[in-house]
Design a protein around this ligand. Structure first.
Ligand code: BTN
Length: 278
């Protein structure tokens, strides 16, 4: 039995979000395979209600492109190494493109509102600080679902899974070093980060459903960590990152002209620049 159980602000989150998402509920589990996997299972079984599922441990946490999300293990003295949750809700946006960028933007603005800590967005949906990864986002959808009031009738159930590093820890098998909230926020904890992130995230997702990504473009560009940097993609494209377009596609200036990368199944890395004369 844990000596210091983690104290989650479930009620405060519920009170802030339920007016936006009628029928919303908050669940916290000590352990599950993956919060995304669980909400996708529920969606396939016909459960399409808006829910926030938080896990203290994931035994099979998933990332994009088949990667794993390493959660850092069991809480010690009530301290969780990372915050892991999935927000599931029915959604019917006019255009889905750019949703992951909107989600990342909301989380970055919640955790570093004035950008003074240098929290940025690495297309399509990682949060980076000083070229180290603070958080990752995995968005999945399942067919069907009742529309929320004011939305068009056809909707999909969307599962927005987010993992945020709270404490520094050794990680295996990834080329990107880790950033953690505690690097610049000594008081940071998984529960307080949850309360900071979720209400604005729910509002962002609903705003996105109505207006799409285009109105968010200037805010994304202000935090775009790739902008102006030489990049290489996993499918061999090389060039200089030139921001994103109104649909959230990454723009890369190449020798052949500007290319727009739409697929989130392509990974993009900044290419280290050698100092002159080296
Ligand atoms: C990535 O970096 O590629 C995305 C990582 C997403 C991790 C979160 S943790 C909560 C939710 N459940 C999962 O299995 N994955 C997401």
């Amino acid at each position: 039995m844990a000596l210091n159980p983690v104290r989650w602000p479930a009620e405060a989150v519920w009170e802030a979000v339920e007016p936006l998402l009628p029928g919303f509920s908050v669940e916290v589990l000590p352990e599950i395979d993956s919060t995304n996997t669980e909400l996708m299972r529920r969606a396939r079984a016909g459960r399409h209600e808006p829910v926030l599922l938080v896990a203290e441990r994931q035994t099979a946490g998933r990332g994009r492109m088949g990667r794993v999300w390493q959660d850092g293990g069991a809480p010690e003295a009530g301290e969780l190494p990372s915050l892991m949750f999935s927000l599931g809700l029915p959604l019917a946006p006019v255009d889905w493109s750019g949703l992951s960028l909107a989600v990342g933007l909301s989380v970055a603005e919640s955790l570093d509102p004035d950008a003074r800590a240098g929290l940025g967005l690495k297309w399509p949906n990682d949060l980076w600080r000083h070229d180290c990864k603070l958080a990752g986002i995995l968005i999945e959808t399942a067919g069907g679902g009742a529309a929320l009031p004011g939305q068009p009738p056809v909707s999909r159930y969307v599962v927005i899974g987010i993992g945020i590093n709270v404490l520094q820890r050794p990680i295996e098998g990834t080329s990107t070093p880790l950033a953690a909230l505690r690097d610049w926020q000594p008081q940071a904890s998984a529960p307080e980060a949850l309360l900071r992130v979720i209400p604005p995230l729910a509002a962002m997702v609903l705003g996105f459903a109505g207006s799409g990504f285009a109105p968010l473009l200037p805010r994304f560009l202000a935090r775009d960590v790739l902008l102006g940097r030489p990049v290489r993609t996993s499918d061999g494209l090389e060039g200089v990152a030139a921001g994103v377009d109104a649909g959230g596609a990454l723009l890369v200036h190449t020798a052949q002209g500007t290319q727009a990368i739409h697929s989130s199944e392509v990974s993009v890395r900044p290419v280290p620049v050698s100092p002159p004369g080296s």
